[in-house]
Write a protein that binds this ligand. Structure first.
Ligand code: SAM
Ligand code: SF4
Length: 355
């Protein structure tokens, strides 16, 4: 196994030796040893970002990935095509880092839409720069966006993201609405510093036609400050929201949906909570991931990565690449194991994997 250096400890990467597939049934889809089937593809396209959220990036940002190590727009589209056509993927989401920092994002969407006609293409973004690109992205074939926004308090936003850019995010959300990139979801990481901003954020989201989902903070911050006994969990968040709203649980939209939904003040508005830590949904996980350098990563918390970029550039055909992807998925781990005594944080932080 070769080591991939990101200015951090080594990531286990399998460039040539195919992972073992002993016992794998002969099916086309991305099945694993625990009976799960991956149908949701997350594609990270960069680790660069316009913000430095404390729960994700270090203050100085992640080391820059040299341009020739990033997948090109054509390479991304080819892998999206293989995933959808040969491996049963139903939905593709582009993420990062901040995907809007890639100057060829519109091209990536257009080529991916052509490679996988009819497949929903979504984007997770911090919204900065979306005001200028939303319409072009929609025209290129993007179906919807999720914008990350943790607080409407400008000072709190600046402290949490280490950048004074709240108005740019709000401009981006308005532009996404105008371009019809909905239903627009807003993702907020539940943090102690912004916990008491949560009710105002929910009221704003309802007023602005956004579906708000809070996410429990996972131990994926580059600064390694996350502590299990200090994180805001779903129960504490519900208590704070409950001071202003009447919340009624309505369950999940579907079993593999990560967010549990609550009806707000009798509805029709809802709020979602993704309790990734305290109510792990690993048993129903249906994700497969590609890193910006073109490796399959089956789990946020698993450092094993399988290189596809080398195969793409070495002339491998689609069927061979699809087989390698299937083998990678067969080795997916059971769960994140955050509560296990022997839990070890992954080497990459969230911005380096793609959330
Ligand atoms: N830059 C884009 C953004 O912020 O939406 C896309 C990449 S970001 C890594 C994707 C999602 O991961 C965001 O919604 C972000 O809030 C979330 N995220 C980042 N670090 C996290 C952490 N430690 N725990 C939980 N969610 C996290
Ligand atoms: Fe950037 Fe998104 Fe990470 Fe914030 S969460 S630092 S916006 S990649």
């Amino acid at each position: 196994m070769a080591a991939l250096s990101l200015g951090m400890p080594a990531i286990r990467r399998s460039p040539s030796a195919a992972p073992s597939i002993e016992g794998r049934p002969d099916v086309a889809g991305l099945v694993d040893r625990f009976g799960r089937v991956a149908r949701d593809l997350r594609v990270s396209i960069t680790s660069a970002c316009s913000l430095r959220c404390t729960y994700c990036m270090p203050a100085e940002g992640l080391p820059v990935i040299p341009r020739d190590e990033l997948l090109s727009a054509d390479e991304i589209a080819r892998l999206v095509g293989i995933a959808v056509r040969d491996l049963g993927v139903h939905e593709v989401r582009f993420t990062g880092g901040e995907p809007l920092t890639r100057p060829d994002l519109v091209e990536i969407i257009a080529l991916s839409a052509a490679a996988a006609p009819g497949t929903p293409l979504a984007l997770t973004t911090n919204g900065i720069g979306l005001d200028r690109k939303a319409q072009a992205l929609a025209d290129a074939g993007l179906s919807r966006v999720n914008v990350s926004l943790d607080t409407l308090d400008r000072e709190h936003f600046t402290r949490l993201t280490r950048r004074d850019r709240l108005p740019r995010v709000l401009d981006g959300i308005a532009a996404a609405h105008r371009a019809g990139l909905g239903p627009l979801k807003v993702n907020a990481v539940a943090m102690r510093e912004t916990l008491h901003d949560a009710p105002a954020l929910l009221a704003w989201a309802i007023d602005h036609g956004c579906r708000l989902r809070f996410i429990e903070q996972m131990p994926l911050d580059a600064d390694e400050q996350w502590k299990r006994d200090n994180m805001v969990d779903a129960d504490e968040l519900l208590e704070v929201l409950g001071e202003r709203f009447v919340l009624e649980p309505v369950g999940r939209d579907d079993p593999s949906a990560p967010a549990e939904e609550w009806l707000v003040d009798g509805g029709p508005a809802t709020v979602g909570i993704i309790a990734s830590v305290t109510r792990s949904f690993c048993a129903a996980c249906d994700r497969t991931r590609l890193t910006a350098e073109g490796s399959v990563r089956s789990c946020l918390f698993g450092d094993d990565e399988t290189d596809l970029r080398g195969m793409l550039r070495g002339g491998a055909d689609d069927a061979t690449i699809a087989d390698r992807w299937r083998a990678a998925m067969w080795g997916k781990q059971a769960g994140h194991g955050i509560d296990a005594a022997d839990f070890v944080r992954p080497v990459r932080s969230m911005g380096g994997i793609g959330g």
